[in-house]
Design a protein around this ligand. Structure first.
Ligand code: ACM
Length: 505
């Protein structure tokens, strides 16, 4: 019980645990819990080789099996927390909502030997250590951003990323769907966006995009794991792919050339043209229609070619469109420059702790997502040797990613205004799933713990031991994690070298 990440609010080891056998059943009484029961069965069947049937009602004989119940949980575990009891008669997870049962399942997974993660049958005694857990998140919002625009990642890679988020109780996936180098989401009313704006990526390799069906497949895969997808359409800057697709969106009426480089800040939609707002409204409408979650991210960062007035003119029209189409707007914190309505959430991304405009906005009632680049940007390299990303916000060791407090990082912003932390993984130099894993592990689990666990329990000395215990699980899952020398790993295998290590030194 000592090794669970994120560390639970309360975990008391007791005596003997429960051993999963070929007779174990998964007991689910409430219809709303069946999905999580099936998820659990699918997770444990390959390695155990057991049938693990889902049964409603009492379990077979004395073997109580694993029961998932939507009653009897203490009210203080809220909508996302759970209580778990493990003794020789079985495992009982209780929660107030299905999301809590799902979180409990992620904890249960870590109470079994690492071999449980194997895709093939293993001959291991599947004993869950005995004890009692009471657990719930510090922040209801725990996010992870993934840039699929600079390099495109297909449905299977994103599903893999979603599984990684679920494992560490992260519950929002923010997809950066559009940028200068590619437009990655099908929009029926503006077909050139994907006919012309999606075929390449940084470096000139072929890109790609999600059809509406594929996007829906991702949203549903995430939903099944209690993860909300947040689509980002970055505007009015970072719009090179749209400007490449439609001449009319350019102030000079000429299509912008394809962009396969890594410059930022040199593109913008044309603020003075009415067609710009028809375009923006159509895109927001279609993206809102295919997104069941409550949020739509409008980007708003690095519109360096615009004056403050032009930027404000644009956001004064774009943000109300998001609200009209039934979504709550999020923007990178520059959006505050346009004085948007207080429903607008600002995502803070600068490296430092001083951001008076963000503090003032929080005072006015804006909620803030905390993604300081010096801590939460997973594309920053670990040090001068290790990493396939960048260093503009400084190298970010595993310890750096863990030793900050998302609730208090921004000076003058009260914790009550912070929705939660969110990692960001920009992919200018991140080209493959191996690269993604190398930059994500172990820093995403570190920040996931800061988002979930009480601040009083998040000390580096103890965390690095818990993290070390995750290594064998990642080995079984074949995750290409960075073997940081700050962490006392028990294994010494080295990471696979990543493509970008080779091409970018
Ligand atoms: C950003 O990193 N430009 C939000």
């Amino acid at each position: 019980m000592a090794d669970v990440v994120p560390v639970p609010v309360e975990a008391k080891p007791t005596g003997t645990g429960y051993t999963i056998t070929e007779d174990t059943t998964i007991n689910v009484r409430d219809d709303a819990a069946v999905g999580t029961g099936e998820y659990l069965a699918e997770l444990f069947r390959p390695a155990t080789g057991y049938e693990l049937p889902i049964e409603d009602g009492p379990s077979r004989g004395l073997n109580g099996g694993i029961s998932l119940r939507l009653d009897g949980a203490p009210s203080d575990v809220g909508k996302q927390g759970y209580r778990m009891q493990v003794d020789p008669s079985g495992v009982k997870i209780r929660a107030n909502e299905p999301a809590g049962l799902f979180a409990g399942v992620q904890t249960l997974r870590q109470l079994l030997p690492p071999a449980i993660e194997s895709k093939t049958e293993q001959s291991v005694e599947w004993t869950v250590s005995g004890g009692y857990v009471r657990d719930y998140p510090r922040f209801n919002y725990r996010g992870a951003h993934l840039d699929v625009a600079r390099h495109f990642f297909g449905v299977d890679a994103v599903k893999q990323y979603i599984d990684y988020l679920a494992q560490y109780k992260v519950n929002h996936l923010h997809l950066h769907l559009t940028d200068d180098q590619g437009w990655r989401i099908e929009i029926d009313s503006w077909p050139n966006l994907t006919d012309e704006g999606a075929d390449s990526e940084v470096g000139g390799t072929p890109g790609g995009y999600y059809t509406k069906e594929e996007y829906t497949e991702l949203v549903e895969y995430a939903q099944d794991r209690f993860i909300t997808v947040i689509p980002e359409i970055d505007m009015p800057g970072h719009t090179g792919a749209a400007l490449e697709s439609y001449a009319a969106l350019n102030c000079d009426g000429e299509k912008r050339p394809e962009d396969t480089g890594v410059n930022v800040g040199d593109t913008s939609l044309c603020i003075d043209k009415e067609v710009t707002y028809e375009f923006v409204n159509d895109v927001i409408r279609e993206v809102a229609e295919m997104t069941p979650g409550p949020y739509l991210h409008v980007g708003g960062d690095e519109a360096h070619t615009l004056s403050d007035e032009e930027y404000e003119t644009f956001m004064d029209r774009a943000i109300p469109m998001v609200l009209e189409h039934g979504k709550r707007p999020i923007g990178w914190h520059q959006v505050l420059g346009a004085d948007p309505p207080t429903e607008t959430i600002a995502q803070y991304w600068y490296p430092g702790q001083d951001a008076p405009e963000v503090a003032a906005a929080a005072e006015e009632g804006h909620e803030i997502i905390s993604s300081p680049a010096s801590r939460a940007y997973l594309d920053m390299n670990y040090n001068d040797q290790d990493g396939v990303g960048q260093d503009w916000a400084g190298n970010t060791s595993v310890k750096d990613s863990y030793t900050w407090d998302p609730g208090t990082f921004i000076n003058g912003v009260d914790e009550s205004s912070i929705m939660g932390p969110e990692t960001a993984l920009w992919t200018e130099f991140v080209e493959t799933l191996d690269d993604i894993e190398y930059m994500t592990f172990p820093r995403l689990p570190a920040i996931a713990e800061l988002g979930w666990s009480p601040a009083s329990k998040t000390t580096w000395q103890e965390f690095k031991e818990r993290l070390a215990a995750q290594g064998p699980r990642w080995d079984v899952l074949d995750i290409n994690y960075y073997r940081s020398p700050q962490v006392p790993w028990s294994t010494t295998a080295s990471s696979r070298r990543s493509s970008a290590t080779e091409s970018h030194g």
